[in-house]
Write a protein that binds this ligand. Structure first.
Ligand SMILES: O=C(O)CCC(=O)C(=O)O
Ligand SMILES: [Fe+2]
Length: 274
């Protein structure tokens, strides 16, 4: 089988059959989503149920001022919003966003074959980004019937997006721009994101394609032919009926903001969010 590096959860009863485990691949390449432009990776069970619950608890108990309410959706930014594409609050991410996600993410080489005869360490997905790691997390909450309009993520970030999903599953749509720049309204691909999964998109998918989430109550017509990452799902049997009934899904989007203000670390607490 193509997987190794399993760790068991630090759960209280390891003998219980319901203990959730992470299942890390030897490389991202082993979890590359087939048929998509280079490159996108999907890792099911990237975090355990215990870790998922701990992060959800932190999201839910964050100070009220952390939430920004949009028309249909609310979000948090850590350590802060961007101002003119710049991260002005350069505090490190809090521990609960850092561990286990960032440490685990940086432990996985992009490709473990390339460096096998070489002294150098195999390189992770942020090895060439300005800060060598994600420095920003956007937390989005999607109750049923909410989504996000097709968009590109723009020039503020290094073109690698790592999304951890919590709570429930939904489909991310990928769209092509037409030659005249207009959006082709029919998605070219769909990626089904299960709770506790990690989705990484890079390259052309960042620069040339748009992504969005339909504001619907049920994802329909799910099958190996219509879901690009079907073969990589943790539990495809849950979608055998072809539908996914939406529940509240929280996503953590990890990125490296290119510009960080030197002033930021000197700002007094009154300029910072709690
Ligand atoms: O929640 C997601 O999976 C997507 C979020 C997104 O596209 C964004 O915040 O730019
Ligand atoms: Fe986005």
């Amino acid at each position: 089988m193509g997987s190794s590096g399993s760790e068991s959860a630090a759960g209280p009863s390891p003998s219980s059959s319901s203990v959730s485990r992470v299942n890390l691949p030897p490389s991202l390449e082993a979890r590359r989503i087939p048929g998509l432009p280079r490159a996108a990776y999907y890792i099911a069970n990237f975090i355990t149920e215990e870790e998922e619950q701990a992060i959800l608890h932190k999201v839910e108990t964050a100070p009220k001022a952390r939430w920004r309410q949009l028309t249909h959706r609310r979000l948090q930014t850590w350590p802060s919003d961007l101002i003119k594409d710049t991260l002005v609050d350069a505090r490190p991410l809090p521990d609960w966003l850092e561990k286990p996600v960032v440490a685990r993410l940086l432990s996985i080489p992009v490709d473990d074959t390339e460096h096998s005869n070489d002294e150098s360490q195999p390189r992770h997905i942020f090895a060439e980004s300005p800060h060598g790691r994600p420095n920003h997390v956007l937390i989005n909450e999607y109750p049923p019937n909410t989504g996000i309009m097709p968009h590109k993520d723009g020039l503020a970030y290094y073109p690698v997006v790592c999304t951890v999903s919590l709570g429930a599953s939904l489909c991310l749509n990928l769209y092509r721009s037409k030659d005249d720049g207009a959006l082709d309204p029919n998605p070219v691909w769909r990626v089904l994101q299960e709770p506790r999964s990690l989705l990484i998109t890079t390259g052309e998918l960042y620069t040339d394609y748009l992504h969005g989430i339909d504001p619907i109550a049920i994802d329909v017509d799910l099958s190996p032919d219509t879901v690009a990452n079907w073969s990589l799902l943790g539990d495809s049997s849950a979608f055998e009926s072809g539908i996914n009934e939406r529940k509240v899904r929280i996503s953590l989007t990890y990125r490296d903001v290119l510009k960080v203000s030197k002033l930021g670390s000197k700002l007094g607490p009154m300029f910072k969010r709690p």
